[in-house]
Write a protein that binds this ligand. Structure first.
Ligand code: HEM
Length: 200
């Protein structure tokens, strides 16, 4: 897989990919986007569950890694837009359950691992955006804004993130914390979605 610079991946990126590869596969296999029975009500429940994880996690990330412009990379606002367009009122959105068993974010290393997962998910979003348009006729204006949250900037924001990651200082111990935080993010998200009963 290419990196921001076109060079071979840094030890940190390699550790992240190796550590989270199996988690990504496990979650991808359980997400219902490609299930033949997946319909609009199920999509709405899934987006509500995504909101319940992303909104509190983005709050937890606030203040860490300012160089990555977390405001610009926030995805919870797009999830709110989608929920509104799918028919929820602001009161209903405010009442949605929020995950309390979040991956810990107590330092920059953990914040970086969490961000890797949230930023990487915009790549899969490109695949899901096309699938939801074809299967459910859902696009940016009627419930699919989150899946294409960065629009034409998806590639450049991902490359910018990788560049930051490749330059991140840190001992091997720090790097292990980054990778562990990314794994914890995947497993925490999967557990949350399971609890919300939206997985296959
Ligand atoms: C059915 C759902 C999903 C599909 C089909 C999918 C698909 C993909 C695809 C095609 C890529 C890009 C690989 C590449 O360009 O080399 C990718 C990367 C990634 N996805 Fe997913 N994805 C899904 C769900 C998720 C979720 C829910 C998360 C996290 C919450 C996630 C996190 C990541 C990460 C971190 C990467 C970056 C890997 C890297 O290049 O280092 N994905 N995904």
């Amino acid at each position: 897989m290419p990196t921001a610079s076109g060079k071979s991946p840094s030890p940190l990126l390699t550790a992240l990919r190796q550590g989270t590869g199996p988690c990504h596969k496990a979650l991808e296999d359980r997400l219902p986007f490609f299930d033949p029975r997946f319909d609009r009500p199920a999509y709405q429940r899934l987006i509500a569950a995504y909101y319940g994880f992303h909104a509190p996690l983005e709050q937890a990330l606030a203040g860490f890694l300012p160089a990555l412009e977390p405001q610009r990379r926030a995805k919870a606002p797009a999830l709110v837009t989608d929920l509104r367009n799918l028919g929820l009122t602001p009161t209903q959105i405010d009442a949605l359950p929020l995950c309390t068993a979040l991956p810990p974010v107590t330092d920059q290393a953990q914040a970086l691992g969490v961000m890797y997962v949230l930023e990487g998910s915009t790549l899969g979003g490109q695949v899901l955006k096309r699938a939801m348009a074809e299967r459910l006729d859902i696009g940016a204006g009627n419930g699919g804004a989150f899946l294409d949250v960065y629009g034409p900037e998806t590639g450049s924001l991902w490359r910018g993130f990788l560049q930051f990651l490749e330059q991140a200082p840190g001992s091997p111990a720090d790097q292990a914390r980054v990778a562990q935080a990314a794994i914890d993010t995947f497993t925490g998200f999967e557990r949350w979605l399971e609890r919300r009963e939206v997985l296959l």
